[in-house]
Design a protein around this ligand. Structure first.
Ligand code: AMP
Length: 603
């Protein structure tokens, strides 16, 4: 396949913002991509070279891309910088430059998709001394042969700024349309299920291209490929939790730590994946060392929560203490000593060659208990089968007394399989209750910022934050939050977020308010507030509860916790907010206060 076909598709996608149109465009082209190239094609469409969890980055700086362009166009790096300043986009500049390049180069053979991919791969792999040189040379060679349109998209690709990088969900839609036959919905859900198990869109595309939907049966849980984590719903009371689980419930401690999916191969070092499927093994050398001997047999994939513990007493410590390890390459031994961790397992997804996803939870737990050889480092999540409300209450109180944030209820029903990537009532979280507060915290995405005044001048003083709407793949604003931040965290947030500033409202953000600075959605914050109310200003769940109104969080404040473990798409969803709102209304009605926020003035 020629690169030009992909470039043309990029161009057409760029011309529309409608998800449905993009899906049709993709579905038209995808079946024509040769079988051997479909995976590469799908990765490139996403602006990646490999599945996201592999964390492969091209690491090409603007200056290197300019150098390569200078080699090809005959201009100087500086003059290209000036040109790019005008257009605001080095991709557009590259296109212009190549449109005016010397004619003698026009006879270079056109680029093929696979060779382009291989060249990009060489660039990504180049490390250490001389790597910049390799990157520049390889990229210049691509530029030499690229058409102006190809050059535009290749430049954006290597800089990691492929604006249209098609979203996973849209690609799944397109694959369903292309290969799913007449029942789109059914095909879409089967494809998503398979994707949730391997997290590798290239593999899904390849299998579909080879054998249609039937070939998805071959998709297996495998060591090294993270399974999308199963997610929990919430309920406002323990009675409501038990009502949801008529076939029996077990409660587990809900630890406040870092969720880790550990892939332990038969031989060699385990890999640890965070909730957002990043490989975070390097942060936990002590776990990598302890895991193999903690399991009676391997390979296996286990899931659990990693919590910091007090080295003296073994008590649980605040979550923040492990988050200090994030992004560090050195001194990890020191951290391991100062803030030791315990990894508390709550699920088993693979044992030997056997996938356990389809087994009910009690069976998975039994097998996990058999497999584990508990040690100081690795243990089991505390658990009890719950007979009734009094028992539920006392287990919950024990969990709080032991430093947990609440309980995780797990259905014991025969249908309680591991639902990768799905949120449902098979797992229900229940946290500490606050009488006059919304019991739960909300994880929101920062989409804008307001400059501070007075002693906060020069840094951001408040943020416009949003919830995620998976149906439209947009971030819809929920409130403006300025309390709960100390000066130090504001300084740090300002420094971190500045690089994310964009001139206009990002397309995936829906907002009525205009902040001082728009930000690319990237950072997730945990906030708490008094209650949710209907608001004509904010756009979360807009029109879902009442026409012309969205949901807003009243009196929001930052809890001090950055959810770096969550990708923006893993923030609280607008659907969850609707349910929280409905619970709140129900609760107010039950208490007879009549003070549901239906009646309160919109904020
Ligand atoms: P939340 O992050 O508030 O949506 O709560 C769900 C998270 O609780 C999971 O993703 C896990 O990281 C964490 N968790 C803590 N203890 C457990 C447990 N026993 N079972 C499942 N998840 C748990």
């Amino acid at each position: 396949m020629r690169l030009s076909e992909l470039a043309e598709l990029y161009e057409r996608i760029e011309g529309t913002s409608k998800r449905l149109e993009i899906r049709h465009l993709l579905a038209e082209v995808i079946p024509t991509v040769p079988e051997a190239e479909i995976d590469l094609f799908l990765y490139l469409l996403q602006g990646q070279l490999r599945p996201e969890y592999e964390g492969i980055e091209l690491g090409m700086a603007d200056s290197l891309a300019r150098k390569a362009l200078a080699l090809v166009s005959g201009g100087s790096g500086d003059s290209i910088k000036e040109l790019a300043k005008g257009s605001g986009d080095l991709g557009d500049t590259a296109r212009e430059l190549l449109e005016h390049r010397p004619r003698s180069l026009d006879d270079a053979p056109p680029l093929e998709l696979t060779e382009t991919y291989q060249a990009l791969w060489r660039m990504a792999r180049a490390t250490g001394e001389g790597s910049q040189e390799v990157k520049v040379r390889t990229f210049a060679e691509l530029m030499r042969r690229a058409s102006p349109v190809e050059a535009k998209h290749l430049v954006r690709f290597v800089l990691g700024k492929l604006r249209l990088g098609v979203k996973e969900m849209t690609l799944l839609d397109a694959l369903a349309e292309a290969f799913g036959g007449p029942d789109f919905k059914e095909a879409r859900s089967r494809i998503e299920e398979a994707f949730n198990v391997t997290s590798d869109l290239g593999e899904i595309g390849r299998r579909l291209r080879q054998g249609g939907l039937a070939a998805l049966r071959e998709v297996r849980v495998a060591v090294g490929k993270p399974v999308r984590p199963m997610l929990a719903e919430r309920e406002p009371s323990l009675a409501a939790v038990l009502k949801r689980m008529p076939e029996g419930a077990a409660f587990e401690y809900k630890y406040d730590g870092l969720r880790i999916q550990a892939h332990v191969p038969a031989e060699g070092s385990p890999r640890l994946f965070s909730r957002r499927l990043e490989d975070i093994g390097a942060q936990f050398p002590e776990l990598l060392a302890a895991l193999p001997s903690s399991l009676a047999s391997r390979p296996a994939i286990v899931e659990g929560e990693c919590v910091p513990v007090d080295p003296e007493t073994g008590d649980l410590r605040p979550f923040q203490e492990i988050s200090r390890r994030r992004g560090r390459k050195h001194d990890l031994e020191k951290y391991a000593e100062e803030v030791p961790i315990r990894y508390l397992l709550f699920d088993l997804l693979l044992q030997g060659e056997e996938s356990l996803l389809g087994l009910p939870y009690p069976e998975r737990r039994r097998r996990l208990e058999e497999l584990l050889r508990p040690s100081g480092q690795v243990g089991l999540a505390t658990r009890r089968e719950i007979g009734g409300l009094p028992e539920a209450e006392s287990f919950f109180q024990e969990a709080l007394a032991d430093g947990c944030e609440g309980i995780m209820a797990k259905s014991m029903a025969p249908g309680s399989t591991y639902r990768a990537g799905a949120r449902g009532f098979w797992w229900i979280k229940y946290k500490r209750e606050y009488t006059h507060e919304l019991a739960d915290t909300i994880d929101v995405v920062v989409v804008g910022a307001f400059w501070g005044r007075g002693k906060r001048a020069g840094k951001f003083g408040a943020f416009l934050v949003a919830a995620y709407d998976p149906d439209t793949e947009t971030f819809a604003t929920l409130c403006k939050v300025g309390s709960g931040f100390d000066e130090e965290s504001l300084e740090k947030l300002t420094a971190d977020l500045r690089g994310r500033a964009v001139p206009d409202r990002p397309e995936e953000v829906t907002s009525h308010l205009v902040p001082d600075v728009w930000l690319e959605p990237s950072l997730v914050l945990e906030i708490r507030g008094a209650e949710l109310s209907l608001s004509p200003v904010h756009r979360a769940a807009f029109g879902r509860l009442r026409e012309g109104f969205g949901l807003a969080l009243r009196f929001p404040r930052y809890t001090g916790r950055l959810r770096e473990d969550k990708a923006p798409e893993q923030a609280t969803t607008t659907g969850e907010l609707v349910r929280l709102y409905q619970n709140q209304v129900r609760k107010a009605a039950a208490e007879g206060t009549g003070e549901s926020s239906e009646g309160s003035p919109p904020t």
